[in-house]
Every structure is written in structure tokens, then in C-alpha cells.
Design a protein around this ligand. Sequence first.
Ligand code: NCD
Length: 312
Amino acid sequence: QEPELSRLFELADKIRKIAKSKDGLDFLQTILSHKRAVLYFAQPSTRTYLSFNNACQILGIQTSDMRSSGYSSEVKGESLEDTLETMHSYTDMIIMRHVEENIAEKAAWMFNESEKPIPVINAGSGPHEHPTQALLDAYTLHRAFKGKVKNKVIAVIGDIKRGRAVRSLIYMLSNFEGIKFVFLSPPELGLPDDLRQFLGKNSISFEESDNLDKLLRRADVFYYTRIQDEYDKQHESKSIDYSRFWLKKEHLSHMKSEAVILHPLPRRNEIPPEIDGDKRAWYWKQEVNGLWMRAAIIAHVFKEDGYILNYK
Ligand code: NCD
């Protein structure tokens, strides 16, 4: 496992611990009180937006929001590049969710050439990537398995084709030794070619399956996702039957006692709320982990790791 990943896990744990007391929170709030950030979310978001905003507040960063390109001058015909340039003029960091692939990287590249390079964090780019989700997912597995994430069988269930959380999770977990993926999806939403090639090239073992029952006893992790129908061209998902993969209460007795059920959320019907109380249901803890991991990412980006880790 990458040393940088271990460092982020350690930092997230430390920030979480420090934040438990008023003195600790007061300390955290001094760390980046000289910085401002803009949260530019041009696609819907609840968790990612709130956890980033609260992570900024915990570290003392002042934030402003643009929660839709509909409220920005893009509706007046301004280019996305010019909009980003304006955010760059006013702030020290951009956290952005946008449908366009690679736009966060492009913005970072653009600002690196300027007199004021500022960090840009990708908080979800269309159906392509969601790197901070993958970090909080890995952090959750690190906590659930007490640091022993290698050699696990990871079932990924749902919209494998268009799920950005899924794509980033695959890239992320390829950092851990001996991981095996099993993909379960309706055939229309199966593993896309580029991911198949990525897995092949990196010699990561994977299977595709159509049978949840067979997997129940075998998988260590059940990573559920919803159908990403906002990317439908003509409501084609309406005719797709996903229900045979949904988790049911009666499945729990067949699962390993140490299994971990994850979901980036929002959920629809793939996991019923009656499962929430089971000790293997980790998705609400996963959401909480998102706050601490995002605080760690921001602190790391501003090179404050050492200062925080030394706090007594
Ligand atoms: C995910 C996303 O936006 O990609 N949600 C999230 O960030 N927690 C998953 C989804 O929307 O299905």
C-alpha cells in the first residue's frame, strides 16, 4: 500500500480525535484560517458538498458556494475556463463537481502556469471519476478491517458502466495486494472496456457474475450503487431490471460475519433501511468517514500534515 495513503488514513484518524474536544477544535480552526475556498457544484450533491464544506470549517477555511452553473455567468455565455479563472482570482482553493471529464485537472494545470497556483479538488466529474469518494471508501475499509485490506473479495454491484464512484474505487483498490473484484450488474450496465483493460494490464483478478446468492458467502465487501439514470440518453434505464441484485434481510444470515456493506449513497431500493442496524452495514459510517477524510485531504494539500500529527 502506498505510503501517501497510509499517511492520509493516519491524518484522518488524528483530525477526528483532535476534534472531539473544544480545545482540539479551536486548534484545528487556526490551521487554515488564512485561506478561502470556493465550492463549485454544477451537479447535485448532498454528502460531498456538506462534508467538504464542513471539513473546510473544521480547518478554519472560509467558503463560498456556486451550487449550479445556472447561477454563474456561464448562463450569460461565459466559458467554463473564464468562470474558473474568476474563482481563482478570489480564493485559495477550488473544490468542484462538474459533468466535464478532466476539468479539475485542466483547471489545476491552467493555474499552475499562473502566478498564483492554487489546488483544485475533483469532487466528482460526470460519469468519469470521484477520487475523494474512493479515498473515503478505502479509509472505511481500512477502519473496518483494522488495516488489513489486502486479499479481500470485493463485490461491486449496480451501475458499473457509469458509476464514477465505482471507477475511482477500482483505481484506488488496485493499490492493495491480492484484491479480487466480482462485478454484478444488469448486462446493459456492465464493466466498460477501458476498466477491463486497466484490470488486465495491472493483473488484478476479477470476475463478472449474475448470481448474488452464490456470492453471499464469499465476498468480504458488498459495494452497492444506484443506477446512474441522469446519464440516460432516452430513459433506457427504466426498462432495466436491477431488483434481482438488491440486498434483502434474509441474505444477511448467509454473509460472512465480518463482511462490510458499503454504498456511496444516495440509495434507492438496492439496500432496504431495515438492514441499517446490522453491524455489517457500514454506509452511514462511510458517510461520516467522508468528513474526516476530506479534512485530511485538504490539510494534506496545504502541507499541514506534520503540524497536525504532532498535536498532543
Ligand atoms: C455518488 C456520486 O455522486 O457519484 N454520491 C456521492 O458522491 N456520495 C454516487 C451516486 O450519486 O450514485
